[in-house]
Design a protein around this ligand. Structure first.
Ligand SMILES: [Fe+2]
Length: 235
């Protein structure tokens, strides 16, 4: 969890770097304050924040489980449509540097997902909760994520449509549920596959799941931790 917190700190720095590189100073506060004026964004943030707040206000075992689940939703569902946006641009050679940053953030997020995939099944044995509640939280998170993505991206970017956003978000919800031992919430066959498999070579989160570059031909951008790394002495 300490590692997760430190990575989230780096992600904030990366987002800030992107914003400050591409947005002129007079428009930056508009970006940082967008949640104040945009109701869809505010609702989306508030949904997750309220779940945490419930535990802060009333620290019961039930509310602790809800807070854990909120984190799983945040790590496992939120953000991914945003990553897809940049992979789509990268597939047309647009903003490849930003896509590289997102590739690394994406990899970190998946390690946080894995942490919660271990935690939640254990927590289910200990903390009072109901399966209906888990499903309804997932359903609401999917709704917020689709509403926000349709609002901010919609059908305006080549490669993303309102329907691919819905398919992808429900697909993600299904695989996250399965990873904690529950049945998929959206059983229709189309929600069992991602509409964005053609972007996986840009995300580089499949296979070994670390961003790689040929050491001698590219700038090394990853900080892969490997157990079997040898050859350093020769270098
Ligand atoms: Fe995270």
């Amino acid at each position: 969890m300490a590692e997760q917190i430190s990575q989230e700190g780096m992600h904030n720095q990366s987002y800030q770097y992107i914003i400050e590189t591409i947005i002129p100073p007079e428009r930056r506060s508009q970006v940082y304050d967008f949640w104040r004026t945009d109701k869809v964004l505010k609702d989306r943030c508030q949904f997750i924040a309220t779940l945490y707040q419930k535990y802060i206000d009333n620290a019961t075992p039930e509310n602790y489980f809800v807070a854990l689940l909120a984190d799983f939703l945040l790590e496992g569902l939120y953000f991914y449509n945003g990553f897809i946006y940049f992979y789509n641009l990268a597939s047309r050679m647009l903003m490849p540097g930003s896509a590289d940053i997102f590739k690394m953030i994406n990899r970190d997020e998946l390690s946080h997902v894995r942490l919660y995939q271990k935690l939640i099944p254990e927590a289910r044995k200990v903390f009072p909760h109901s399966i209906e509640q888990i499903y309804s939280m997932f359903d609401m998170a999917v709704e917020h994520e689709c509403r926000w993505t349709n609002h901010i991206v919609g059908n305006n970017i080549l490669g993303i449509t309102e329907s691919s956003t819905e398919q992808y978000t429900k697909y993600l919800a299904n695989i996250r549920l399965r990873s904690i031992g529950l049945d998929p919430l959206y059983p229709e066959p189309k929600y069992s596959k991602s509409p964005y498999t053609h972007l996986e070579r840009f995300s580089d989160t499949k296979k070994e799941a670390h961003t790689k570059a040929n050491f001698f031909e590219a700038t090394v951008t990853s900080y892969v931790m490997s157990s079997g790394l040898s050859g350093w002495d020769e270098i």
